[in-house]
Design a protein around this ligand. Structure first.
Ligand SMILES: C[S@@+](CC[C@H](N)C(=O)[O-])C[C@H]1O[C@@H](n2cnc3c(N)ncnc32)[C@H](O)[C@@H]1O
Length: 222
């Protein structure tokens, strides 16, 4: 089932989408680009690239959505000439005609968004010389894999819309997907979400968020 969305310009000029069924935006309306850059690239990707500096970095994104996190990661991997293998899951992907209206390439001076969105689902595709993408159309709760990752971007809709995706059982599943020392970043710092992470054996760190957001989370599998 494709997501029923409308696009919205956020305060920093980048688009986000509003999902009509969940009645939630895919990013902060105060700046989609700024939020993704801070939560997933600065706190997650750059830290993981520094920590696992001798390996191809394996990234898993929960909630592919507009592809903004994917684009930023592909851009960074290309700039830094680091190999990244990126697996993104989405149970309700956006329709291709909606993704063609997104302004991320114009905003960021990149050109990879069409390749990211037009690439087939459920098979690995080389998007840039150092960036391989596999998009999986599946619900997280139903996904079974033997793959393991250095880094997880946890980007589900907020707990008010999807409480079941912030329960301890989900973080047990996510912790199991992480390699030793692997990390998970997310924008949601609610105390019960932190408790769910700790219950799954993760060590939780709070970090300053982007504009209008006090705390964001990096959780580590020790
Ligand atoms: C906050 S948005 C993600 C934003 C995205 N990371 C981006 O850069 O645009 C949440 C995404 O999770 C997807 N989703 C919601 N529930 C899901 C589930 N149970 N399993 C997999 N994907 C799900 C939605 O379709 C949506 O694309």
């Amino acid at each position: 089932m494709k997501a029923d969305v409308r696009l919205l310009l956020t305060t920093d000029g980048s688009h986000t989408a509003i999902n009509k069924e969940f009645d939630k935006s895919y990013h902060s309306i105060h700046g989609a680009y700024q939020e993704s850059q801070r939560v997933y690239i600065e706190l997650g990707l750059l830290a993981a690239l520094a920590k696992f500096h001798e390996e191809e970095l394996r990234v898993f994104e929960m909630g592919f959505g507009t592809g903004l996190n994917t684009l930023l990661t592909a851009h960074e991997a290309t700039k830094l000439q680091r190999r990244v293998s990126y697996t993104a899951i989405d149970g309700y992907p956006m329709a291709a005609e909606d993704t063609r209206l997104l302004n991320f390439d114009e905003q960021l001076g990149t050109s990879l968004l069409p390749a990211i969105h037009e690439s087939p689902w459920n098979e690995p595709v080389l998007i840039a010389p150092s960036f391989t993408l596999i998009k999986i159309e599946c619900l997280l709760q139903e996904w079974q894999t033997t793959d393991r990752f250095h880094l997880i971007y946890y980007d589900a809709f907020a707990p008010t819309a999807q409480p079941e995706l912030w329960e301890p059982a989900i973080f047990v599943q996510l912790a199991d997907l992480l390699l030793p020392g692997g990390m998970l970043t997310t924008y949601c710092s609610r105390s019960y979400v932190q408790r769910s992470m700790r219950a799954a054996g993760l060590t939780v760190e709070k970090h300053p968020g982007p504009m209008h957001k006090r705390d964001i989370i990096r959780a580590i599998k020790i």
